[in-house]
Design a protein around this ligand. Structure first.
Ligand code: UTP
Length: 478
């Protein structure tokens, strides 16, 4: 049987025969590219995947949910579901991991960034409040500061995808890797999945020669870490812990000693998968929450919580399901390898209903939908929590660590993030004795930016020369 015939019969067997029906109308190169794309699809898995995740609306998962047990280093946060842990011993533990070179940074930057609408990889977005440094530069500066502090080269792994890999590499080269050694940075693309017609489950075409593909979710990290050789490289260099964060949060601490210390503390964690959370104060906030279902920890989408669950409070009046996921995790290299090899199938697919512009491959007619017409499927990194033995969750301060840039305007936009960055750095300056103008709503009046190379925390400002006060509505950077 020819290669084409074999593909055709496989497509027929999985109910996708339309995918190959016009290949003979394509030129040789286009036909070859399409055949390679088809060969890369998990064809045998498609029928059940489509039945389960595309054609069937998801069941609500929040049923028997219990609040996740978390820890905090701040006694003011202690409540029914948050217990106190000792900051200094965790910090010491984490610092020794950094000094011993046991930690690598891992940024997931393979997403499409559709909501932001920026014409380029999200990591190239100008994010800092005064000088507009791109997200990648802000993380590079944190890595450089950490190298100076811990005296070790920190490896930086970056997940890209086929939609932005070349542009991301070019951006780093154009910017001379922001002062880092290019050999300490490894980029690798994640897998992709096709979009499906939401009524029929048929794979959609972006053009006659190409399927409508998109990245397979940040849960694709595990497979990509393994297949790229990143895990082998980490292990060869003595890296035991991977510090995972998303490219769109300029305040994400790339390497946090206390978080690392918690991950490594045998009495609190199995050292497989450790997460951070911030407390939700508004029941309607659209953030997934950590919770326990049948004794297994995981993240429940905000849309899966009933109104009653979302609003229920404990004896102290605090929301019971308050542990908001901020997408910062530490995973051991062993665990990442295990998930990528044996556990990958335990990571469920999640469906997202989308508008996908597509063509009829036979006629070439384009359909630009006004209403959602497609399902994209993605895996999520936090589902690996359910595979880990004793995952720990650390509560951290939202204002210090979480100012995501997701949307072009409104909440979680560049504007809101820059205000949060200014508010944080303003509070650092105030702790250092500087008078910082504030508006009636308490926000800093002006834009403030502090480079990680100048200070990684308020206490680092002790030896920095600072003005006694800032001008109202002005810009300040150091
Ligand atoms: P989001 O879920 O916010 O998606 O990703 P996004 O692609 O950035 O933006 P939208 O939804 O299209 O507007 C959160 C983080 O996970 C990464 C993103 O790059 C971002 O850092 N991510 C997401 C991946 O690395 N791969 C994916 O397949 C999806």
């Amino acid at each position: 049987m020819s290669r084409f015939d074999s593909l055709r019969s496989q497509l027929e067997a999985c109910g996708q025969s339309h995918v190959s029906c016009h290949i003979d109308q394509l030129g040789t190169d286009a036909a070859e590219a399409l055949m390679r794309r088809i060969e890369s699809l998990p064809l045998a898995e498609l029928p059940s995947l489509i039945q389960q995740f595309v054609l069937t609306p998801p069941a609500c998962t929040g049923g028997d949910l219990q609040p996740a047990q978390c820890v905090s280093v701040d006694s003011r946060r202690v409540c029914e579901s948050v217990s106190l842990v000792d900051e200094s011993s965790l910090r010491l533990r984490g610092e020794s991991m950094l000094v011993e070179g046991k930690v690598a940074a891992f940024t997931v930057a393979g997403g499409q960034g559709t909501r932001l609408g920026w014409a380029g990889p999200k990591g190239t977005f100008p994010a800092s409040a005064v000088t507009g440094k791109p997200l990648f530069r802000l993380f590079a500066e944190q890595i450089m500061a950490a190298q100076q502090k811990w005296g070790r080269t920190i490896r930086w792994y970056i997940l890209t995808s086929e939609i932005n890999d070349a542009q991301t590499r070019a951006f780093f080269l154009d910017n001379r890797c922001f002062g880092l050694d290019r050999r300490q940075i490894m980029m690798f693309p994640q897998g992709v999945m096709p979009a499906f017609d939401m009524k029929t489950g048929q794979i959609l075409f972006e053009s006659q020669g190409e399927l409508a593909m998109s990245p397979n979710g940040h849960g694709g990290s595990f497979a990509a870490l393994l297949s790229s050789g990143a895990i082998d490289q980490m292990e060869g260099r003595g890296v035991e812990a991977i510090s995972y964060f998303q490219v769109d949060n300029p305040l994400a601490p790339v390497l946090d000693p206390v978080f690392l210390g918690l991950h490594a503390d045998e009495s609190l964690s199995s050292g497989e998968f450790t997460s951070k959370m911030v407390s939700k104060t508004d029941p309607a906030e659209k953030v997934g929450v950590f919770g326990s279902m049948n004794g297994r920890l995981g993240v429940v989408e905000y849309s899966d919580l009933s109104t009653e669950q979302a609003q229920s409070v404990d004896d102290s009046g605090r929301l019971r399901f308050a542990a908001g996921n901020v997408a910062m995790h530490i995973m051991s290299t062993d665990f990442a390898r295990r998930v990528a090899t044996a556990g990958q199938d335990d990571l469920p697919w999640h469906r997202a209903v989308k508008k996908v512009s597509c063509i009829d491959p036979k006629t070439g007619d384009r359909h630009v939908p006004d209403e959602p017409n497609a399902i994209k499927v993605e895996r999520f990194v936090f589902d690996a929590m359910g595979i880990a033995t004793q995952p720990a969750i650390l509560e951290v301060s939202r204002s210090a660590e979480f100012a995501p840039i997701k949307n072009a305007t409104g909440p979680d936009s560049a504007e809101s993030s820059k205000q949060m960055q200014s508010d944080l750095y303003g509070s650092w300056l105030e702790q250092a004795g500087v008078s910082v103008p504030r508006r009636d709503d308490g926000g800093v009046d002006g834009a403030i930016e502090i480079s990680p190379l100048t200070a990684m925390s308020a206490s680092d400002l002790e030896h920095v020369e600072l003005p006694s006060e800032l001008t109202r509505s002005g810009n300040f950077t150091c």
